[in-house]
Design a protein around this ligand. Structure first.
Ligand SMILES: [Zn+2]
Ligand SMILES: [Zn+2]
Length: 134
């Protein structure tokens, strides 16, 4: 087999592993570092740069999202469609909110003459695990 075929197969496998690693923990929103550690369980020699490039590609293909939670570190999101988040101030855990802004809020904005194109609400607090531990 030609070397380029092997290279393509490796690249496809790395991309698939990166996607599986983002989706692995349910509604967890991992950083590139966390994804890299998971991918290395299968491919111990993969570099963070490669994982990062794969994540960028998955985002631009719309297969994963980036959680807009105002954190300096990019948190990748297994759910690519727009949704809102709850962030624990103690442990940094990010959970998806079941519902977006209320219809009343959107109506009020429209009445005021604004056009709503997307939303990224972040609710902050302390998660149950952190409350139980204190
Ligand atoms: Zn917490
Ligand atoms: Zn999310």
């Amino acid at each position: 087999m030609a070397a380029s075929d092997a290279g393509t197969r490796r690249a496809t496998r790395q991309l698939a592993l990166a996607l599986a690693s983002v989706r692995a923990a349910g509604t967890d929103h991992p950083t590139a570092d966390q994804v890299c550690r998971r991918v290395r369980r299968t491919l111990p020699t993969v570099s963070l740069g490669t994982v990062y490039r794969n994540l960028q590609r998955l985002v631009s293909d719309g297969r994963i999202g980036v959680a807009q939670v105002g954190s300096r570190v990019t948190r990748y999101d297994p759910t690519p469609t727009p949704h809102d988040h709850f962030v624990c101030r103690s442990c940094g855990r990010i959970e998806d909110l079941p519902a977006g802004p209320s219809a009343a809020s959107i109506r009020a904005l429209r009445r005021a003459g604004h056009e709503v194109t997307e939303h990224a609400t972040v609710v902050y607090g302390r998660c149950r695990a952190c409350r139980d531990g204190s």
